[in-house]
Ligand binder design. Structure first.
Ligand code: SAM
Length: 290
């Protein structure tokens, strides 16, 4: 069968799950099935053997059952880098790139002239995507990523190695700040679990089945982890340091209240590409460079 008709047939099968993206996803899945990692297009003149065709249909069934492409191929592109995933890492979301953008901007514009060797901390690092993306931009910075999940830590370490950032990063298991002793940081990044358990029923299969539960949900209507993190944040921030915290789509007011209760200054809140307040920048009230 010609490649094009294989793709067309698969796209029909994928239509209900993927809508407008069905053809593109079929092309990507065919690429994965033939070990190409890139989408397959008719002009590529690719020959497919029976084994590859069987593998392709197996992947199509997985996708129809909700498995995201990133989980099928085992990596997600974030900040133009490939991050390998495992069952214990969140599949990084594009909106989280905003934290990287803002962190790098502040490091370059406000912090670097004062301190060349910036120290970064990534709380709940998952695949390591936030910390490693920042380190890839800030060549003298060093950083620590912590996570409650040892499997996530293993994956983050592998990603650091693949991105040649192993020398400037350290990853270890910790329940939020517990393993950090008396360290202080210039930049703290955190995308905590923030979905309330009541919202579980609204989530798509892609998220509910394939993202780890402890990366998604937090008690107290999604605020329990912000509470713990905010009450410790000032202690781990250098006096002119900043924390960049991701917030959920309906949480701005409640998370700002929590920050004030912990005596933190909300310096700025940035919106993501959908216009949703997403990245909250916090600092100590005595910060003199912001
Ligand atoms: C929303 S995910 C963010 C992952 C990654 N930073 C990203 O942006 O893709 C939250 C992460 O926090 C971790 N986590 C949950 N509870 C934690 C705790 N008590 N201490 C440390 N990490 C925790 C989860 O394992 C998960 O990796």
């Amino acid at each position: 069968m010609l490649v094009n008709s294989i793709i067309q047939n698969a796209a029909i099968a994928l239509n209900q799950r993927c809508g407008d993206r069905a053809i593109f996803e079929a092309r990507v899945l065919l690429g994965i099935a033939i070990g190409n990692q890139e989408a397959v297009y008719p002009h590529m003149n690719i020959q497919i053997n029976e084994k590859q065709e069987r593998q392709f249909y197996k992947l199509i069934v997985e996708r129809i059952n909700g498995k995201p492409i990133s989980r099928i191929r085992g990596w997600r592109e974030f900040w133009s880098h490939r991050f390998k995933l495992n069952e214990s890492t969140l599949d990084p979301r594009p909106e989280s790139e905003l934290l990287v953008e803002k962190a790098v901007f502040f490091a370059r514009s406000k912090l670097l002239h004062k301190n060349e060797n910036l120290r970064l901390l990534d709380l709940g690092t998952g695949s390591g995507c936030l910390l490693l993306s920042c380190l890839s931009e800030l060549e003298h910075a060093v950083g620590i990523g912590i996570d409650i999940s040892q499997e996530a830590i293993i994956q983050a370490r592998e990603n650091a190695q693949l991105l040649k950032l192993k020398e400037r990063s350290e990853f270890f298991r910790s329940n939020w700040f517990e393993g950090l002793r008396n360290l202080k940081f210039d930049i703290i990044l955190c995308n905590p679990p923030y979905i309330s358990r009541e919202e579980k029923q609204d989530l798509q299969d892609e998220v509910l089945i394939f993202d780890p539960e402890q990366a998604l949900f937090s008690d107290k209507k999604g605020l329990a982890d912000y509470e713990i993190i905010f009450s410790n944040l000032a202690k781990y921030l250098n006096s002119n340091g900043i924390a960049l915290i991701e917030i959920g789509y309906n949480q701005l007011e409640r998370v700002s209240d929590l920050a004030h209760l912990s005596n933190l200054h909300v310096y700025n809140v940035s919106k993501d590409l959908q216009g949703i307040p997403r990245c909250m920048i916090l600092c100590r009230p005595n910060n003199t460079i912001l």
